[in-house]
Design a protein around this ligand. Sequence first.
Ligand SMILES: NC(=O)c1ccc[n+]([C@@H]2O[C@H](COP(=O)([O-])OP(=O)(O)OC[C@H]3O[C@@H](n4cnc5c(N)ncnc54)[C@H](OP(=O)(O)O)[C@@H]3O)[C@@H](O)[C@H]2O)c1
Length: 276
Amino acid sequence: MPSTVFITGCSSGIGAAAVRHFAAQGWNVAATLRDPAKAHFEPGAGRVEAFALDVTGAASVDAAVAQAQQRFGRIDVLINNAGYGLFGPFETATPELVRRQFATNVEGVFAVTRAVLPGMRMQGSGVVINIASLSGLVAMPLYSLYAASKYAVVGFSESLSHELAPLGIRVKVFAPGAVDTDFSGRSLARTWEGDGGPYAPAIASVQAVFAANRAGGGAASTPEALARALYGAATDGSAQVRYVVGADAEEVLRARQQLGDEALLAGLRQRFGLAA
Ligand SMILES: NC(=O)c1ccc[n+]([C@@H]2O[C@H](COP(=O)([O-])OP(=O)(O)OC[C@H]3O[C@@H](n4cnc5c(N)ncnc54)[C@H](OP(=O)(O)O)[C@@H]3O)[C@@H](O)[C@H]2O)c1
């Protein structure tokens, strides 16, 4: 019987690439999206079925998990991929913006994981893969709330990996560097209006560095490379918890190892034009 993967946020980017890759390997794929009309993936060798799922809605989460279990009999692998970025000064972020960032990136991961766990526990096996970010290991400027949400996902995943190991369920967390999706176009919300007032120089400086990085282009991973890495993690049978993906992410973490935390942070402030 083919294995089944349940993936959140499949309308585009990494989620859509993962749907295609797992399907091509002959897996059943429960491809979940807020709006199933946005499903752009072709059914592959496996069976792909789209289910409506907004990770911020408890009823939506429970319904999608129940429908996928009914359709495919079981869920072997969960990939918590849905998420978006909140960019800008912390001071200008309204409580509502903060709440939405955490409702999606953090509580959404909790909710879908909670809904899938009883089935995996009864099977005595399963793999939960949470997509955090390099921003969950090293925080970049003007991403305080996105970084806080992704640090939360890393901490959650690492602790959960201990508690679920005796039940035969492995928990893994991905920390990709830049991935060549439309994340910074379609999935980036801003905390500020106008020019950002006292933060205008910092915003301009940080945006210029990110724009130059994107224009340089070379270091970003493709969504297909992420999908291959996800498939590898789902099937490697290992107890590995952290998966750092991308040459850029590896470089930053190597720099931290060589320089130490404080020198790395000072170097980042320098690079983004924020040194006092
Ligand atoms: N691209 C990068 O450089 C990068 C780097 C590190 C980590 N990541 C992480 O990778 C994940 C996927 O991002 P991506 O790069 O593939 O960007 P993307 O193409 O913009 O995908 C984001 C996905 O999340 C979905 N989503 C957002 N809010 C949702 C909600 N409440 N319920 C269900 N789905 C929701 C979006 O669906 P809609 O179409 O409904 O909006 C979309 O399918 C995110 O968690 C992101 O933080 C990305």
